[in-house]
Design a protein around this ligand. Structure first.
Ligand code: 5GP
Length: 188
């Protein structure tokens, strides 16, 4: 079985950057490409950043049982396709799921052995600054994401591993240690 690592945390906390830097250090770590109904942002590529799907296609895949987890987030659907997990089913493979809270809870039920990591911001205000500074979302979307973020931050106690992304390098170090610990745990 592969090692599944779930990484959750509010939008704007820097999950994507932390994971990208982890993969530069540990190239064997695969990232699951999620499916979503949201529109691609400038520069995002289909099949690379997400599988961008229409709402009907997404619903049909739900009906087929194609998702390991799925959730609605800020008015759009997001989900992890089982096929993504099956591609990394080898012994010693590591696959990272970068997903929101509801999806993380579903994986906690279905795959209790998965490592669950919550990435937290140093403060709520830094989240707002990062979302505004990223410049990729409208003011309304940012407000919606901040409302969800408040709820997500309230759930961090559910996670045994919480990394505060204050200094990026420290956050990547902490995640690397956790992943290596998870890999060693399987060998010992
Ligand atoms: P964004 O639209 O900013 O790319 O993602 C919005 C939120 O959806 C983020 O918190 C991201 O982690 C989450 N997300 C991305 N892919 C998935 C997925 O496959 N499942 C779930 N449950 N959440 C996802």
């Amino acid at each position: 079985m592969a090692h599944v690592i779930v990484i959750t945390g509010p939008s704007g906390v820097g999950k994507g950057t932390v994971i990208r830097l982890l993969r530069e250090r540990m190239p064997s770590v695969r990232l699951s490409i999620s499916a979503t109904t949201r529109a691609p942002r400038p520069g995002e590529q289909d099949q690379v950043d997400y599988h961008f799907l229409g709402a009907e296609q997404f619903d049909a895949l739900i009906a087929e049982g194609a998702f390991a987890e799925h959730a609605r987030y800020a008015g759009q659907q997001y989900g992890t396709l089982r096929s993504e997990l099956e591609e990394s089913a080898g012994e010693g493979d590591v696959i990272v799921l970068e997903i929101e809270l509801q999806g993380a809870r579903q994986i906690r039920e279905s795959m209790p052995a998965a490592l669950q990591v919550f990435i937290a911001p140093p403060s709520f205000e830094t989240l707002r600054e990062r979302l505004v500074g990223r410049g990729t979302d409208s003011a309304q979307t940012i407000d919606e994401r901040l409302a969800v973020a408040r709820e997500e931050l309230g759930a961090q106690d559910e996670f045994s591993e919480v990394i505060v992304n204050d200094r990026l390098g420290d956050a990547v170090d902490a995640l690397e240690l956790l992943v290596q610990g998870q890999l060693r745990g399987a060998v010992d």
